[in-house]
Design a protein. Structure first.
Length: 186
């Protein structure tokens, strides 16, 4: 768990002063902080094959180190052969130490393993949060490619305390997320 402490320590030692300087904050309490990381897999194909939910739960638990939970449908939709409370996805919410450890592994190991990787889009949601779409779970080294039955994608949402997209972008950029048009202000 020494890696976990390194990213958190880097946040306190390097990122907080850099952002405080960049945005002219009066107090360190104004500096945006990463609150949580939510990993979500929508599995519409699970309506036909129930085992996919169990496989996805196991894979997401392996990747994050925390038990994944199934998400269920809210209402019946006959066109999609969907019944209310039917499992159609899997999610995990990471906070504190596990969040920093996952972020470190994502930035340093998983993202560089994406084929033809040129950086990630820099469009935030308007409130300083960012969602990254991953198309293959095999970029994570914890997943054994030989045991894969289906290639599944996922959304990784970074929830920050930033008030604006500019502040959220600066926070994630300082953490080391490889944005395509990284406009470094230092």
């Amino acid at each position: 768990m020494s890696n976990t402490a390194s990213l958190k320590k880097e946040y306190q030692d390097r990122i907080v002063p850099a952002l405080k300087n960049e945005f002219g904050y009066k107090s360190v309490m104004q500096v945006p902080v990463l609150k949580k990381i939510v990993i979500n897999q929508g599995l519409g194909i699970a309506t036909a094959d129930k085992k996919i939910i169990d496989v996805a739960i196991n894979e997401l638990t392996t990747i994050t180190g925390q038990k994944a939970v199934p998400t269920v449908s809210k209402k019946d939709i006959s066109n999609f052969k969907l019944r209310k409370k039917m499992p159609i996805g899997v999610m995990v919410t990471l906070r504190h130490e596990r969040m920093y450890e996952f972020l470190e592994r994502l930035i340093r190991v998983a993202l560089p393993r994406i084929r033809d990787f040129k950086g990630i889009e820099s469009k935030l949601d308007g409130r300083g949060n960012y969602t990254l779409g991953i198309q293959e779970q095999i970029i994570f080294p914890e997943i054994n490619i030989d045991n894969i039955t289906k290639i599944l994608g996922m959304n990784i949402t970074f929830v920050t305390s930033a008030q604006t997209d500019e502040e959220g972008y600066a926070l994630l950029r300082e953490f080391g997320l490889p944005f395509k048009n990284a406009k470094k202000t230092n």
